[in-house]
Design a protein around this ligand. Structure first.
Ligand code: FAD
Length: 485
């Protein structure tokens, strides 16, 4: 049961919906896709309707020194959107989307989900490069970076961000862009969860579709090492219009896959190709000779179909844990390690796959932007590795968590020190400190945090102030962090 009531909220003029434990609608509002947080009871959920509502909620919290939780899509794996006992600013009623039909420039409010943004932009033939699961919040994704099937072609979501409107923790309304508040804009692109409450985002969009090609090519697990061992050279030669996400997982029920294969480890290439259809086969010339597939399910599709392909693999309502990191290259050794780990994974139980190790492809346009251009770090990161475990009962927590963390420990020696803040649960202070790249970038972020959130009211996140404090106490004890050794 929550111990706080915030009984004097809302102030007069608040237009949104206020929910406390026991109120009709509270249980639905606090639910997150990751069922591990189902027992948490935020003290108050303020569903804001507009910026004025957000300013009122922020000023209320700031006046009491109360930490502010923010829920946009509620998708983040650590459940930071709905902490126990917290005051939550919930963006889910703020869904306005505006697309300029001529230029594609798209402005969304902070409660918009990726599928909603895709549907609105595709009406005019455009896409804002974002992530791969349609129920993810655009806000949390953008503030961390935003990786998806168009990263190789058009860069990260943050590379296509033109401006962000925010409310600061002292209630000021600011716009951040290359021209206005440029230093804040630098930090919001990669470490934004720590700096301010984002209320709307304006993006550059790109013409994509209407018809593209997407789907899965399914291979026997024996093909994983031969294909992954050559995938670097394949992708270096491939056009930017092609993206491959290799995944190793126990086979879910897939059309075309014989029933005896279900639950057996397989190797899958998720293929999304947005170039001219006549050149699709040419784009795949590096892949075709490497192994014979069990099933090739790549078909002409719409962008909306392609960008929700993965929705079924991570259904809401299951217990989830994930970790991730960057790789400069995928070697046969890394591929074999991943195959061995999946073959030792806990046996599948509920719907959808129980575990997966994926290698989302970066490179291409991701490297058109310099490492220091914004907080988000990318130098030398040609691939991500991401491990996901999904299960259904608390009894299985330790088993799956242990397996996911075992994958992290096995892949750590091959990983860069930098990484992508959104695609992992929190891995601690030293991890966060190294995640953004050089010590100079970290200092810049610490300075921004001190300027825009000196009391660390935005603390429900992978937190810069806590990491900074941990570094200071280690230094005081004479212990150096790994980068400083
Ligand atoms: C199944 C799954 C698939 C995913 N796929 C991808 C992918 O393809 N590409 C990718 O890049 N990422 C992906 N992610 C990671 C995703 O980008 C992050 O989880 C992201 O934080 C989700 O945004 P959200 O708005 O739903 O977050 P929430 O859970 O609402 O919030 C997450 C964090 O962001 C902060 N926050 C949220 N809204 C605001 C705001 N308006 N202003 C300031 N801070 C805010 C919160 O305080 C919290 O710390 C995936 C995650 C999952 C679980």
């Amino acid at each position: 049961m929550s111990s706080k009531t915030f009984s004097d909220f809302p102030p007069a003029g608040f237009k949104g919906v206020v929910l406390r434990p026991g109120d009709p609608g509270y249980a639905e509002a606090r639910a997150l896709p990751n069922a591990r947080y189902a027992t948490r009871q935020p003290a108050l959920i303020a569903r804001c309707r507009d910026i004025e509502d957000i300013v009122m909620a922020v000023e209320y919290c700031a006046g009491r020194g109360e930490p502010i939780a923010i829920r946009s899509g509620g998708h983040a794996i650590d459940g930071h959107a709905m902490p126990h006992d917290a005051f939550v600013i919930d963006m889910s009623l703020m869904k306005h989307i505006e697309v300029d039909p001529q230029t594609g420039v798209t402005t969304i409010e902070a409660g918009v989900l990726l599928g909603e943004m895709d549907a609105a932009t595709q009406r005019h033939g455009y896409v804002v490069p974002s992530g791969t699961v349609s129920t993810t919040g655009a806000a949390g994704l953008t503030l961390g970076g935003g990786i998806g099937y168009l990263t190789r072609r058009f860069g990260m979501t943050v590379d296509n961000l033109l401006s962000v409107d925010v409310v600061t923790v002292d209630g000021r309304r600011l716009s951040a862009s290359a021209k206005e508040n440029p230093e804040l804009f630098w930090g919001l692109r990669g470490a934004g969860h720590n700096l301010a409450i984002a209320t709307s985002f304006t993006y550059r969009a790109h013409k994509v579709g209407p018809e593209i090609a997407s789907g899965l090519i399914v291979y026997p697990i024996e093909a994983a090492v031969p294909i992954l061992g050559r995938i670097d050279e394949v992708m270096l030669a491939a056009p930017r219009e092609l993206t491959l996400y290799p995944v190793i997982l126990p086979a879910p029920p897939l059309p075309g896959l014989p029933p005896h294969m279900i639950g057996v480890p397989i190797f899958v290439l998720i293929v999304v190709y947005t170039g001219e259809s006549a050149k699709y086969e040419e784009a795949l010339t590096g892949v075709r000779p490497l192994a014979r597939p069990l099933a090739d399910m790549v078909r002409p599709s719409s962008w909306l179909e392609a960008n929700s392909l993965l929705d079924v693999l991570a259904p809401p309502g299951r217990r989830q844990h994930s970790r991730g990191g960057y790789l400069a290259a995928i070697t046969p050794e890394i591929a074999q390690t991943a195959v061995d780990l999946v073959s030792r994974a806990p046996a599948p139980t509920g719907p959808g796959p129980s575990v997966a190790i994926a290698f989302p492809c970066l490179g291409g346009a991701n490297f058109d932007v310099g490492e220091d251009a914004m907080a988000y770090s990318r130098e030398g990161a040609y691939w991500l590795w991401e491990v996901l475990g999904q299960w259904d009962t608390p009894d299985e927590d330790a088993q799956y968590e242990g397996w996911v963390d075992g994958v992290m420990n096995a892949l750590n020696p091959y990983s860069l020190r930098t990484g992508y803040v959104n695609l992992s649960t929190d891995r601690g202070a030293e991890w966060l400190r190294n995640l953004y790249g050089s010590p100079e970038k970290w200092q810049r972020l610490c300075a921004l945090k001190s300027e825009f959130d000196p009391r660390n009211l935005l603390s429900y996140n992978k937190n810069i102030a806590r990491a900074q404090a941990a570094a200071a106490s280690l230094r005081a004890a004479g212990v150096a962090w790994s980068r400083e050794r």
